[in-house]
Design a protein around this ligand. Structure first.
Ligand code: DQA
Length: 152
């Protein structure tokens, strides 16, 4: 059987990782995060499709496509976490496990970051683990997908 596929989706401004508010988000770039994810995926026998967009419609279009191409979704929706009913609706339309990741501990930050439209749709939420959160999410996703494959 071929490896399960996971979409790793990144929302707005995450392309600036490494230079954007490094005291909050750290020094790693998005390319570093992608490398980390690829290493973790190889170890976990997952295939990943790693993407970033600043555009809400692009993220939504990719989620629509993923309905037929992947088994799971790891998403850092960035600011759209707190604002986008449209993104949440796109996730709700997909019958696949979702893990939400935030690099920073949003609960220690401004009140407007405390609410997520995505969390209620997610199997798990990983917050405040820095960029390691992506690896933790992939590890958990591998477990979820293995368990699903067993019961099918
Ligand atoms: C973030 C937290 C969000 O509140 C913020 O808008 C981001 C990044 C995080 O990874 O910590 O852009 O999702």
């Amino acid at each position: 059987m071929s490896n399960a596929s996971v979409l790793v989706l990144n929302g707005p401004n995450l392309n600036l990782l490494g230079t954007r508010e490094p005291t909050i988000y750290g020094a790693e770039t998005l390319a570093d995060v992608e490398r980390r994810c690829r290493d973790a995926a190889a170890r976990l026998e997952l295939q990943i499709d790693f993407r970033q967009s600043n555009a809400e419609h692009q993220l939504i279009d990719w989620l629509h496509e993923s309905r037929t191409t992947v088994q799971g979704i790891v998403i850092n929706p960035a600011a759209y976490t707190h604002t986008s009913v449209a993104l949440a609706d796109a996730l709700a339309a997909i019958d696949k496990p979702v893990i939400e990741v935030h690099i920073s501990n949003v609960h220690r930050r401004e009140a407007f970051r405390h609410h997520s439209y995505v969390s209620a749709l997610a199997e798990a939420v990983i917050i405040g683990c820095g960029t390691q959160g992506y690896e933790l999410a992939l590890e958990r996703m591998a477990t979820i997908l293995k368990q699903k494959a067993k019961v099918q």
